[in-house]
Design a protein around this ligand. Sequence first.
Ligand code: URA
Length: 243
Amino acid sequence: MNKSTRLSLDRILQSQGFGTRKWCRSLIADGEVRVHGDVVTDYRASFATEGLEFTLFDEVWPYREHVYIALNKPANFECSRKPSHHPGVLTLLSEQCEWRDVQPVGRLDHDTTGLLLMSDDGAFIHAQSSPKRHVPKVYLATTQEPVSDELIAQLLSGVQLHDEPAPLAALVCRRVAERQVEIVLEQGKYHQVKRMLAAAGNHCVALQRIAVGELLLSQLGLEEGEWCYLEAHHLALLAGQLT
Ligand code: URA
């Protein structure tokens, strides 16, 4: 971030997802906003955004140039911009996130649960979704049939999916229960885990993403449907390996 950025208070509130510029000006004029402890009623007052905290309706907000979010996605929510059969994942976030145009990083199927990253930073979304950035995704799949050694061997050596030019293999694949397997993938093809399991002769009955890169869902302490902001130390765990 440019450390010397100064913005007027109405622009600051608007950038943080508190509504239209007009609405933000009315909040300021009504004395609802404090900066450095003082009520500021002039929307033209400008502040350096670096490290800025302001208070709105007695709640303290740090200025965030962009937001990076982890959601523990429940089943029966869609990741698409225009959900058709189930509510969209954006409905689980705050109104500010909606104003900021937060979008999911990639997609999980409507019935897949677990770690979904979201952001309003287009460059971050693009970089995370790029096939050149090998960010491993870790899934826990519950299967209909017991997980056999042969299934694991097939997933590790690669299975041919319809419409794919070459077989796709898991980076890591290990049985964690009679009908549960942990699968680590580098790619994010459509229904990839489910299709790989089907191609190897089993069937996925439940799927949860438990990690992206080295960021573990378990370390975030989120119940299903809960979300949190990711801080710099979390983002460092998502770096992946560029090729
Ligand atoms: N693979 C799938 O089959 N579904 C997902 O949601 C993610 C990976």
